[in-house]
Design a protein around this ligand. Structure first.
Ligand code: ADP
Ligand code: MG
Length: 659
């Protein structure tokens, strides 16, 4: 490789060429960059190296399918250089390069990506808190955080023209044909050289720190260690001269200063290294830069499989839900590499939907390189790896659940819904994988418990797993039916998410214990005697109940005596497969499905209201019976958090009782 030092004529500003203006969105970001009080200015190097690496990747990819290009891996590299005198840093690559048009589109406008919108919107909203800038891949423009002028010299692969893009990062940029000297700056026959003219030092900010081999070396190691191509730098070292033969015992060694080109990055991808060799910080750094998150992952899983199917995988469980997680733009998938070469950035076949939050990398030499997206889906090795990856995630989550419940609860808060949804959408088929990962709020213990823990704590005579579904844990905890069941000594799982009940219903049972909604039909809680007594009272009051049912005008299937109430006069329950909560969730769904449950109005015969009802019926006060029936029904619905049909009629009826 020939090192090329730039001389003065290269730096001459070309003032008389036509200046093109930046597009608005680019200007906005540039403005943020330049005026950023952001402290992590150093990330410019990471960004430029990552672009260089992308450009080299592109060329390498091309050469895989087009062997006539004659590209050898040895030709692919990235060089970093600096010059104290001219205060410049130069980053060169032997990548695919850019044509004049590409310089214009790629550097004149910022790709209008979702993440960019997020960046700028948030930066605007947060005013001074520009931290967000440094948290994402900020791209090429980050070079303006440290530079007063940036020059990009580029020659596209296969072209004999070299073009120079140049800008001060404020209003616009120029594109001119390269001088001979500039063109000579392109190593090999294609690629890009970026020259940064550092800003002047100010009282607060010293840009000269970057004009230092140790600093640059450290930054490359910190941020770009796993770049797959050598990042090379000329390093000045002092080497001891050989000891002369005639030197005496009092010889003091002499040194010479040598300059040599060294590869700074380790290039061994982090996922190939054993977990014991990598620090947590290195993993976290890799995760944050490669997967654009600003929080450390909650868990890092490293897998090295050898044998019939060999692969390395490095998986991360984020500590928060990605901002676009619930939008249709969110794509699941793991980066797929074959022998260190990226095949697909988000290979969705590697992850089941319910683990769509997992980020990471899978690398397997067993996959052929020129595998296409279509054939990927039918690739049996890939499917086998996906299976293993799923098992590994399941077991790691299980370990977290058992060993670090606090962290697991945080995880579950973020992604628990996904697991529940996984059970529901597989019609319960994924129960074996997922059921033990679920957590529910125990009304008895006032904390999250697993189904296993619930079952372990069941009393001997308890046959079912009781749950209550509704809008919030707080409100569920105060439901009369929940209290009644707790008083009987049984625990109730409180399920506030819309998917909860559907999930439980698709499992139907856990360890042979049926799930029972406490507001559902027969709970099997009463003794034979209690049951008989209730039936007897129902029979005795048959006429009253029929009158009430008529008053409710088809809203309920039956009025009956309850065995599950203690302090409240009435409740509404549902018989059959559709529960009240399901009815509500389905009605709120996109199609607004009008599925109705079979409602039963249950009355508490011990309650004074019941006596008053009987009295009114005996006295043939039909109006009173009617309004009692309606008010009791509506109140029961309100307690369940369900809407009532006619709030005006309800309040009128209550007023009538007041006077
Ligand atoms: P991103 O890398 O996220 O696409 P950047 O702002 O970092 O965004 O870069 C913008 C575009 O400029 C890149 O997508 C690429 O097309 C082009 N580019 C930047 N640097 C180089 C380079 N060294 N060689 C070739 N193309 C480059
Ligand atoms: Mg980039």
């Amino acid at each position: 490789m020939i090192r090329h030092k730039y001389n003065g004529s290269l730096y001459a500003e070309r003032r008389n060429c036509f200046m093109r203006k930046f597009k608005t969105e680019s200007k906005k970001l540039l403005d943020l960059m330049i005026n950023s009080i952001y402290t992590n200015k150093e990330i410019f190097l990471r960004e430029l190296i990552s672009n260089a690496s992308d450009a080299v990747d592109k060329l390498y990819f091309k050469s895989l399918t087009d062997t006539s290009m004659g590209i050898s891996k040895n030709d692919l590299e990235i060089d970093v250089d600096f010059d104290k005198e001219s205060r410049t840093i130069t980053i060169s690559d032997t990548g695919i390069g850019m044509t004049k048009d590409e310089l214009e589109t790629n550097l004149g406008t910022i790709a209008h990506s979702g993440s960019l919108e997020f960046k700028t919107d948030n930066a605007d909203a947060q005013g001074e808190d520009l931290d967000i800038i440094g948290q994402f891949g900020v791209g090429f423009y980050s070079s303006f955080m440290v530079s007063k002028r940036v020059m990009v010299i580029s020659r596209a692969y296969g072209s004999d023209e070299t073009w120079v893009w140049e800008s001060d990062g404020i209003e616009g940029y120029t594109i001119t044909e390269a001088s001979e000297e500039q063109a000579a700056g392109i190593h090999g026959n294609h690629g890009t050289t970026i020259v940064l003219f550092l800003k002047d030092n100010t009282e607060d900010e010293e840009y000269d720190i970057f004009l230092d081999q140790y600093e640059l070396q450290a930054l490359i190691k910190q941020y770009s260690n796993y770049v797959r191509y050598p990042i090379r730098m000329e390093i000045e070292t002092r080497k001891p001269l050989p000891k002369p033969e005639d030197a005496g015992d009092d010889y003091t060694p002499e040194f010479e200063t040598v300059h040599e080109i060294q590869t700074i990055n380790s290039m061994i991808p982090i996922w190939k290294r054993r977990k014991s060799e990598v620090t947590e910080e290195e993993y976290n750094n890799f995760y944050k830069t490669d997967f654009h998150d600003f929080s450390d992952p909650i868990s890092t899983i490293s897998v090295h499989a050898e044998g019939a199917l060999s692969y390395d995988a490095l998986l991360f469980i984020p500590s928060r839900t990605p901002y676009d997680f619930y939008s249709k733009d969110y794509e699941k998938g793991l980066a797929l590499y074959s022998s260190n070469v990226l095949i697909q950035e988000k290979c969705s076949e590697l992850l089941p939907d319910y683990y769509n939050f997992v980020r990471g990398v899978v690398d397997s030499q067993d996959l052929t390189l020129n595998i296409s997206r279509e054939t990927l889906q039918h690739n049996s090795q890939l499917r086998a790896i996906a299976n293993k990856v799923e098992k590994k995630i399941t077991s790691e989550l299980g370990k977290m659940r058992d060993n670090d419940r606090e962290t697991y609860e945080k995880f579950f808060e973020n992604f628990g819904r996904n697991l529940k949804y996984g059970i529901y959408s597989s019609y319960g088929m994924k129960k074996d994988t997922l059921a033990d990962l679920l957590l529910y709020y125990s009304a008895k213990n006032k904390k999250m418990v697993t189904l296993k823990e619930y079952v372990e704590n069941m009393t001997e005579d308890q046959k079912s797993i009781f749950y209550a579904a509704g809008e919030s844990v707080d409100r569920l905890a105060h439901r009369p039916i929940v209290t009644t069941i707790l008083n009987k000594g049984f625990d109730v799982l409180l399920c506030p998410q819309d998917v909860d009940e559907f999930c439980l219903m698709s499992m139907s049972e856990y360890e042979e214990k049926q799930f029972k909604n406490v507001a559902g039909g027969d709970l099997g809680l009463e003794t034979e005697d209690e049951k008989n007594a209730a039936e007897a009272i129902t029979k005795e009051n048959e006429n009253l109940f029929n009158a009430m049912k008529d008053a409710l005008d088809g809203k309920v299937k039956r009025v009956a005596v309850s065995t599950r109430l203690s302090d409240t006069p009435s409740c509404v329950t549902a018989e059959g497969p559709i529960t009240l909560e399901m009815e509500k969730v389905l009605a709120a769904g996109p199609d607004g499905e009008q599925v109705k449950s079979d409602r039963i109005l249950e009355l508490n015969p011990q309650h004074p209201v019941f006596k008053a009802l009987q009295k009114a019926f005996e006295e043939k006060d039909d109006d009173k019976v009617k309004s009692y029936a309606r008010v009791l029904y509506d109140q029961a619905l309100i307690t369940e958090g369900l809407p009532i049909d006619d709030p005006v009629a309800y309040t009128q009826a209550v007023y009538k009782f007041m006077v």
